[in-house]
Design a protein around this ligand. Structure first.
Ligand code: G
Ligand code: G
Ligand code: MN
Ligand code: NA
Length: 256
């Protein structure tokens, strides 16, 4: 319970941070956007991992406050980037609980309007397991979001028991292959075949396919050979914040 009041205070006092991890195209190694990852620097307890407090906030019915905070931060950042980096996207992780709220698409639209940000610069990541908990409801909400022009990604793909029938109906634009398939991919022939099948299926559905958690050159080379579109992971860059993020952005070519 005290963690909940601390989280409330953290949101009020801006103790949360948005870290950004680059998403890199494999065709030319260019950066097209970032995934936003929440971090909590607690004044007494120190760093608290989202792996700990996100599930807690979900159970406490409080996750929408975290999502709202991240959405506003992401949209504010996109507004700051408008002139210098007009094509970069930021993808915010959305909880299954957020999808139960039918006002969610309106809240997202309000932020975009408030900060005058183009919808296609904002992406939302939804986990495969979250979508499949209530696919009919998810499709209704995702249709509303997609009609606004926001990009939608299926996160942690391959771990959430997708029905292929639903996959075809989901108005998503990107599929993110879960990190578990990528670990030492270069050394595992059977996993390579599986990943190739996922990539081909994604392309068959006109989806952009990105693999997450790439840590080595060998994993990147294998994914390039398998036809994957993009990667995210420590090999390209850890999540960035503050001056490290500024430096990364300054080193981008101007016309990305
Ligand atoms: O960033 P890290 O790997 O520590 O994140 C751990 C877990 O927390 C991951 O499953 C990640 O998807 C999730 N996570 C990180 N940031 C957010 C966020 O802003 N919202 C939600 N709902 N989950 C997040
Ligand atoms: O569940 P989700 O896919 O959103 O989780 C993203 C999390 O994975 C982030 O918290 C991020 O810190 C972490 N992450 C990002 N890249 C790598 C990587 O290359 N290796 C590992 N082990 N974790 C990563
Ligand atoms: Mn994610
Ligand atoms: Na992810």
């Amino acid at each position: 319970l005290s963690l909940l009041s601390d989280l409330r205070a953290a949101i009020q006092n801006d103790e949360l941070q948005m870290w950004l991890q680059p998403k890199i195209r494999l065709c030319d190694q260019s950066c097209y956007g970032f995934e936003a990852l929440v971090r909590w620097q607690h004044p007494r307890r120190g760093f608290i991992s989202p792996a700990e407090f996100v599930p807690f906030a979900e159970r406490a019915g409080y996750i929408h406050h975290v999502t709202n905070w991240m959405l506003e931060k992401a949209v504010k950042t996109l507004a700051q980037w408008r002139d210098r980096y007009p094509t970069l996207s930021i993808a915010v992780n959305v909880s299954t609980n957020d999808l139960r709220d039918h006002h969610f698409p309106d809240r997202v639209r309000q932020f975009l309007h408030q900060y005058q940000v183009t919808p296609n610069n904002l992406h939302l990541e939804l986990t495969e397991s979250g979508i499949m908990e209530n696919p009919e409801n998810a499709i209704t909400l995702l249709d509303m979001l997609r009609n606004t022009g926001i990009g939608l990604s299926i996160d942690d793909f391959g771990t959430g028991h997708s029905s292929l029938a639903y996959l075809q109906k989901l108005p998503v634009s990107e599929l993110k292959i879960d990190r578990s398939f990528v670990i030492n991919l270069d050394q595992h022939d059977a996993t390579q075949k599986l990943v190739k099948t996922i990539i081909d299926m994604g392309h068959g559905l006109d989806l952009h396919v990105i693999a997450e958690g790439i840590e080595t050159q060998e994993e990147r080379t294998t994914l390039t050979d398998l036809g994957c579109d993009a990667i995210q992971g420590y090999f390209a860059s850890k999540p960035l914040h503050g001056s490290a993020l500024d430096t990364w952005l300054e080193n981008l070519p101007r016309s990305v």
